[in-house]
Write a protein that binds this ligand. Structure first.
Ligand SMILES: [Zn+2]
Length: 307
């Protein structure tokens, strides 16, 4: 047995050179990679560092480089409080944006405003403009008030969009909003892209909720119109066949094709069929030169709807 030593057995070995010997400043050194690095990050950064979406291959990673040890994230990210804008500043910023307005209603508004202003304050040479704090938006349309920057003149609110006469109580829908939804139904873009385009033109865009609400009203109507129109075309075709003296006028020569949402290559190695979660199958007649579409079949979540 060796000589008994009191105290801990650990300690520096003879001849060991500490990694930080003679170091005056903290600059990276080769030995640093062997040291544990402690970092305290924000909650967002901690999540980003910790959660790896793919499985890491340990064999290819360099064993000399140690990952940093993450400390408990900072309790809250310090965010700069947004400076509160004054009414004047808000007015200036909003005045530099664009709006879609009805030209005639705009002319009516300004004629009334100029007359009213000159009557109330005949000697005022102030600048008349829209009061952006009193602006009322209705999807793409908006109602505006006019104010004078010199006197205390303030007009009533003028509606600058055309309304649809529904005959019902309450606020009437704007023609512009319904038209926009009808047009969107015929393009491949929807709410997000539509808003992006509007923002790109420095205009105000309707809210996502508002656009969806309007789409829920307009789209079923478009579907209804299309269905009744296709029914009319089917009946017309039978009538044409009857006029041609066909034996069985209901037997019609057809052609059909499907359009899928997924590209073909996305199913390579997984399915021999068309990979798709959505499909639109269109059937057109092959009896007249019009080649009218007679019916459209649409399926969503069609796991292997291809046969
Ligand atoms: Zn004035």
């Amino acid at each position: 047995m060796g000589k008994f030593k009191k105290g801990h057995k650990g300690g520096f070995k003879v001849g060991l050179v500490p990694h930080n010997k003679m170091r005056k400043c903290v600059s990276s050194k080769e030995s640093d990679s062997e040291q544990t690095r402690y970092v305290r990050l924000t909650r967002e950064m901690t999540n980003l560092v910790k959660n790896v979406p793919y499985k890491e291959d340990k064999s290819t990673s360099n064993p000399d480089i140690k990952p940093a040890t993450l400390l408990r994230p900072k309790s809250s990210d310090i965010r700069k409080a947004k400076p509160v804008k004054s009414v004047k500043e808000k007015q200036r910023i909003e005045s530099e944006t664009n709006r879609t307005i009805n030209i005639k209603l705009n002319a009516v508004m300004w004629n009334a405003v100029f007359n009213e202003h000159s009557e109330l304050s005949p000697h005022c040479k102030g600048f008349l403009e829209w009061d952006m704090s009193k602006e009322e938006r209705w999807g793409l349309g908006n109602s505006e008030c006019a104010i004078c920057d010199t006197c205390s003149y303030q007009s009533k609110r003028y509606r600058l969009y055309e309304e649809v006469q529904t005959g019902k109580k309450g606020r009437k829908p704007a023609k512009m909003n319904i038209g926009a939804q009808a047009a969107l139904a015929q393009t491949s873009i929807s709410t997000t892209s539509f808003r992006k385009i509007l923002f790109g033109t420095n205009s105000v865009a309707p809210s996502v909720k508002g656009l969806q609400k309007r789409a829920n009203v307009v789209l079923p109507k478009i579907k209804e119109i299309n269905e009744s129109d296709m029914k009319r075309l089917r009946e017309r075709l039978i009538h044409i066949k009857k006029l041609r003296g066909a034996d069985n006028p209901s037997a019609v020569s057809l052609q059909g094709d499907a359009a899928y949402n997924n590209p073909l290559y996305s199913g390579v190695g997984r399915t021999p069929f068309q990979p798709a979660t959505q499909v639109v199958y269109t059937v057109a007649e092959n009896e007249t030169q019009d080649k009218s579409i007679l019916t459209v079949l649409q399926k969503i979540n069609c796991a292997s709807y291809t046969q």
